[in-house]
Design a protein around this ligand. Structure first.
Ligand code: ATP
Ligand code: MG
Length: 440
């Protein structure tokens, strides 16, 4: 992509409405535009990141055996009356009336609707286990939308729903999602820590929030150093295996906790290995049994292996896809701007031509641009007629993992500079060596 032809409305000044660094940088890097409180348009640069995150989330859900569907944003109120949540949900729910005076709502979550799909089509134990997910916009009329996309009113969520014949099978489904979440966040370049969460009236210990560590996180957490050091991708995973030992090793008593969950005991147990940090919730998994499928709610039955009807055991599994865009920036930036992890970067390489119009610089920058594109690498080529200082600042601000800086003098000798955004390390190399670095 040539920057002269791209839509990247960057800002030089810090927008006054942004209180936290990710919001500030997303506005300055031309990623989003606020349309109303907590409601955003995604501009091309931001949309690329959102799409990259959604792709990784989708790949890991698919690998864990889930099936992608797409449910609507608008839902009928009747479904929510069946579960009893139409009244319980309160003012966070956006209620809508259509021209026939029918009551609708903009979905804040989809347990009721997915349960309705399930009961309409699944009759037999042979069809289980089943896990359906979608990546869809939600609306919650939050009391205090803030911090840009981190706490929006309209936001993109991946939500998955598991259906199983009995509790052990449902826990196995939960464990699969647990591991899939660790893998997903690791691939996004994040350290995610599973932390026990409240299960409310359901009880048990099968609810975890996934927290990523960032200085600006909303909540204080305490984490065992060994968890922070672990690499789930290196450990490999076989979803056909019993994952209980893996889950246990990540959730052993006081491996991670927050103010609510007994930091004193944690401190005593994990002496020396205790890391105090701040965290952002990016995912939440929940086993809730027959809360929605049971006789007091939507009363769903399938025929069991013994011929008797049973209520499927369910769980739900959310990831804040749009929140992750902000969360990744919170976890990965410096004074100059964003530092994208390679896996989600909107472009992998940025080329700066310091003197468009100079024959040698144009030729070298153009050749590198063409070669990278031919190899399938996403490149943003700053071919604008702008001052060098502006180009350097913009390129650091938008945080592409690699920069190639082509100046007229170096180009004449067949050399340019390659810079890694993270760490800032630079080398002057010839064209072949630059391409080898980036593609080799
Ligand atoms: P929170 O405590 O932050 O309000 P929640 O418990 O309401 O979150 P869930 O209902 O579990 O969240 O939703 C799943 C995921 O969706 C959360 O882990 C979070 O990443 C994301 N999410 C929830 N609310 C918002 C919001 N207002 N804006 C952006 N993302 C959100
Ligand atoms: Mg909430």
């Amino acid at each position: 992509m040539r920057l002269s032809r791209y839509f990247l409305p960057t800002l030089k000044e810090n927008p006054s409405e942004a209180q936290i660094v990710s919001h500030r940088l997303m506005l300055r890097a031309g990623m989003i535009r606020q349309q109303a409180a907590g409601i955003y348009s995604w501009l091309p640069f931001g949309h690329r990141v959102l799409t990259n995150i959604a792709r990784i989330v989708r790949e890991e859900q698919d690998a864990a055996g889930c099936h992608e569907i797409l449910m609507p944003t608008i839902q009928p109120a009747e479904l929510w009356r069946e579960s009893g949540r139409y009244d319980d949900y309160g003012r966070e729910m956006l209620r809508i009336t259509d021209r026939h005076e029918r009551e609708l709502l903009y979905g804040p979550t989809n347990e009721e609707m997915v349960t309705d799909i399930f009961r309409s089509h699944v009759r037999s134990y042979r069809d289980l286990p089943l896990n359906l997910y979608h990546i869809q916009w939600k609306f919650r009329d939050e009391v205090r939308p803030r911090f840009g996309v981190m706490r929006g009113r309209e936001f993109l969520m991946k939500d998955a729903y598991s259906f199983d014949l009995d509790k052990p099978a449902a826990i196995a489904a939960y464990n699969r999602m647990f591991v899939a979440y660790l893998r997903t966040f690791a691939r996004l370049g994040l350290k995610a820590i599973p932390m026990r969460a409240d299960t409310g009236p359901i009880g048990g210990d099968h609810s975890h929030e996934f927290i990523i560590l960032a200085e600006t996180g909303e909540s204080q957490v305490f984490v065992h150093a060994d968890l922070v050091a672990r690499d789930i991708l290196a450990e490999g995973v076989d979803y056909a295996a019993d994952l209980q030992p893996v889950v246990d090793s990540w959730t052993s008593l006081y491996a991670a906790t927050d103010e609510k969950h007994d930091p004193v005991a944690f401190g005593a147990l994990a002496d020396g290995k205790r890391i105090e940090a701040r965290g952002i919730e990016v995912g939440h998994i929940f086993y809730f049994g027959t809360k929605y499928s049971g006789p007091d709610a939507m009363n769903v039955t399938v025929q069991g292996a013994d011929g008797k009807p049973l209520h499927p055991e369910m769980g739900s599994y959310g990831i804040g896809v749009s929140r992750l865009v902000g969360a990744i920036i919170e976890a990965s930036h410096d004074e100059a701007g964003i530092i994208w992890p390679e896996s989600v970067a909107p472009f992998r390489v940025g080329i700066i031509n310091l003197k468009p119009g100079d024959a040698a610089a144009d030729a070298m920058a153009g050749e590198i641009y063409d070669a990278l594109r031919a190899a399938g690498t996403d490149v943003l080529y700053d071919d604008r007629d702008e001052r060098a200082g502006v180009k350097f600042a913009d390129m650091d601000l938008i945080g592409l993992p690699w920069q190639v800086i082509v100046g007229p003098r170096g180009a004449k000798e067949g050399r340019a500079e390659i810079k890694r955004r993270r760490g800032g390390e630079r080398h002057e190399l010839d064209k072949a060596a630059i391409l080898e670095r980036l593609l080799g």
